[in-house]
Design a protein around this ligand. Structure first.
Ligand code: ZN
Length: 128
């Protein structure tokens, strides 16, 4: 008697392009459903692979790095604007108002980004 075996509804070979970028490189992730429960699986061109949970964790980490990087970039803009103001004051040149406005704006944006970072509740999900 021939025994029936369970065959997944979809094969891991049915990859489609997703709209999500790979968190580990600049590649685009392809998506498939795998196994009896149809869990999503992701892989990029060079072979980075993710489950939905590991992709979420990687994207959250990527977002935190991007937000801190943006905050630091704004601080650098403030410093460079301050240096430019000092240079212009030494040369007795005017036109520092746009630089002063930019510094104030950068500080406001820094505060908003810090609030976003500190108010984010990262979701820690377990692998299924
Ligand atoms: Zn990749």
């Amino acid at each position: 008697m021939k025994r029936r075996t369970h065959k997944p509804k979809t094969s891991v070979e049915n990859w489609t392009v997703s709209q999500v970028g790979c968190p580990d490189c600049a590649g685009v992730l392809k998506l498939t459903r795998d196994g009896r429960h149809g869990h999503h699986r992701y892989k990029c061109y060079v072979g980075h692979r993710f489950s939905t949970q590991s992709l979420l964790k990687a994207k959250e980490a990527q977002l935190e790095i991007a937000l801190w990087s943006t905050l630091v970039l704004l601080a650098h803009i403030e410093m460079v604007c301050s240096n430019l103001i000092r240079e212009r004051q030494s040369a007795r040149a005017s036109h520092t108002k746009p630089l002063q406005l930019r510094i104030r704006e950068a500080r406001v944006h820094e505060h908003k980004i810090r609030t976003v970072i500190e108010s984010t509740h990262v979701c820690h999900v377990e692998e299924a």
